[in-house]
Design a protein around this ligand. Sequence first.
Ligand code: NAD
Length: 274
Amino acid sequence: MKNNLSEEIQKAAEILSQAKSAVIFSGAGMSAESGIATFRDPGGLWDRFDPAEVGTAPGIMSLLSEGGDTIREIIREVVEAFTLARPNAGHLALAELERMGVARSVITQNIDNLHREAGSTRVFEVHGNLYRFRCLNCESKFFVDRSDFLERLGDIARGSGPLSLEGIMERVPRCSCGGVSRPDVVMFGESVQELGEAIFEAHQSDVMLILGTSGVVYPAAMVPQEARKAGAVLIEINPTEVVFASKNDVYIREKAAVALPLIVEEVKKRKKKK
Ligand code: NAD
């Protein structure tokens, strides 16, 4: 696929400046410049840990029965990255696209809350949100204070001696009904969230911006395919691979945090001229 960077950025800006209903679909690469590593890139979590072990409830139980050192290591890494993570220039550019009336919604596979923190308001989180909890008793969902929760997690990581499920449960926030709660994130093998809404958004889109995803996690990866079926033009930004864009679409081989502000500046110029 032809990939002259500035030409592709101009092309993306032209398409977006005429869009009536652009929808964003983001994955882990979107937050790479916020300091949160992607899962599948070298050095990422799944490069070092087996998802079948650490990403499922039975896997977690088995690691706890071995003392929980691996769980502590993963929690320590998550806390370090998420404590420092802030929306990057790409997240901010997308929020600007919404304020300009170009972007209709964001569908994200990320659990890091960074699209909301950047100012995007219509966000569908198909894999949940790390700062939202679900009560196992009454099923209600509630957001927790980000730094308080990360400190609690940090306490778990710093602890010594065998780690138990009870020890973890004691430190996670309780529901107002008194019930035990868990982070409202989707683990391997669990049902995704808001998929119906995400597919509805895809069907409404005339442009889909696909950012930082390897497209291997289903059913989330159906979303761009549904947008294409509905006739949307795809604009994909990824520094290493093209997953969804075909020859009639736009592929930008660049980091999302670099390309998006450039595109949004160009969209603004075109809107001013009109
Ligand atoms: P992935 O790790 O499978 O793939 C990441 C993709 O991003 C790759 O194609 C890579 O080439 C690209 N990429 C890397 N750096 C980039 C950058 N700076 N700009 C743009 N693209 C970049 O990610 P996935 O497809 O989202 O699937 C992994 C699953 O893991 C997701 O479903 C998500 O739920 C979860 N996850 C979430 C976070 C987070 O919340 N930030 C982080 C890691 C993984």
